[in-house]
Ligand binder design. Structure first.
Ligand code: SF4
Length: 368
């Protein structure tokens, strides 16, 4: 097994790159929801409401590839679910050919997976994957059971959960040892903010080359969970920066802190994040360089989890045209500010809605 590409220097999923290059937001990234099946039911699952026990047929792969052919500036593809490796047949006949198309085109690839199934499935994917992206929010197997099956409609025993937890860790290590780029995402929420540095240490031990950290936002299953005040978020991020392993890339995203913020503590954190070596803050890709395609319905959305209705359907429109239509949408225009000196292209829609309801970002500017 070999690692296809090292994505450490560049972050091709960051919309600031394409904005700087083309002078406007353009579609460079397409995410495919390939399944709504999953063997877990996580407390924080951002697509939890869409998960099912059985699913129907996908659109023919040719239809997808024909639409991808039309995307002029395609740079990245992401595959997400559910658990994309859940159905071994779909993995072999649909997901692998999609990834092979990406590799033929020189496009970087990511799969969002829980890595809890048999290693062979992930080994099959490895030659075509640039980033294995997993979620990791645990101090150990008990947290994994409590969080990972919080919304399950059946009881999951300690032994079963422990086996899955061990398999996830072992799969991550084996993939990493074989040269794969494994990136673990943790969310800072009411539960994890107090032990986020312990989570970081576990992520490093698993062999992950990147630790991705985001605050949790109230979407789908996470809708009812308590939100963390900004002070606690700032504190958790500062702790991580103090205690992190500096050899591991830390990527922060969907943060509610901006260089135009009124609070000097927010701006100090933004500066610190920019100055730290091996730390990046990704601009929000949703609707800025990326669209999500549902491979069952053909619906095209701005993210796989937002409440914003589809912007169109693959059957009727080119993806580039749908993207251009979205950039004119009132919701997107509200947050399409850009401060080049701060390397910032505005907040995520959920972030703006949660923390900045009365703020007009189009009238703000970075304070440097
Ligand atoms: S781009 Fe927008 S959010 Fe970022 S600093 Fe400028 S005004 Fe603030």
């Amino acid at each position: 097994m070999r690692c296809v590409m090292n994505v450490q220097i560049l972050d091709p999923w960051d919309p600031i790159r394409s904005l700087e290059r083309y002078g406007k937001h353009v579609l460079t990234s397409v995410e495919f929801t390939v399944t709504n099946l999953c063997n877990m039911r996580c407390e924080h699952c951002a697509v939890g409401d869409a998960l099912v026990q059985k699913e129907g047929p996908r659109l023919p792969l040719d239809v997808l590839l024909a639409r991808l052919d039309e995307v002029e500036r395609l740079q990245t593809i992401s595959v997400t679910g559910g658990e994309p490796s859940y159905d071994a047949g779909a993995l072999r006949d649909y997901i692998v050919p999609l990834l092979q198309y990406a590799k033929r085109r020189g496009v970087r690839t990511q799969i969002n997976t829980n890595l809890t199934l048999d290693y062979e499935r992930y080994e099959t994917l490895a030659p075509y994957i640039d980033v294995f992206h997993i979620s990791y929010n645990y101090r150990g197997p008990e947290d994994f059971r409590r969080i990972g099956f919080a919304n399950a409609d059946r009881h999951v025993g300690e032994g079963t959960a422990r086996k899955m937890y061990d398999r996830m860790i072992e799969n991550a290590r084996r993939l990493a040892d074989g040269g794969a780029f494994v990136s673990a995402e943790s969310m800072i929420n009411y539960r994890t903010h107090e032990y986020i540095a312990d989570i970081h240490r576990a992520v490093v031990e698993m062999g992950c080359r990147r630790h991705e950290v985001h605050p949790m936002y109230p979407s789908a299953f996470a809708r009812g969970l308590p939100m963390l005040p900004k002070e606690d978020l700032r504190k958790a991020i500062s702790t991580l920066l103090d205690e992190r392993d500096r050899s591991v890339w830390m990527l922060f995203g969907t943060l509610p802190f901006f260089a135009c913020g009124d609070d000097p503590q927010d701006r100090a954190l933004v500066r610190r994040l920019a100055d730290e070596p091996n730390v990046t803050v990704r601009g929000d890709p949703d609707g800025r360089n990326r669209l999500n395609v549902n491979t069952f319905t053909g619906d095209v959305t701005v993210t796989d989890f937002s409440d914003v209705p589809p912007v169109g359907n693959l059957a009727n429109d080119r993806l580039d045209d749908l993207f251009d239509r979205w950039t004119e949408h009132e919701l997107q225009r509200k947050v399409s500010c850009h401060c080049p000196a701060a390397g910032c292209c505005g907040p995520n829609l959920l972030v703006a809605d949660m923390y900045y309801r009365d703020v007009d970002f189009m009238k703000r500017k970075a304070i440097l």
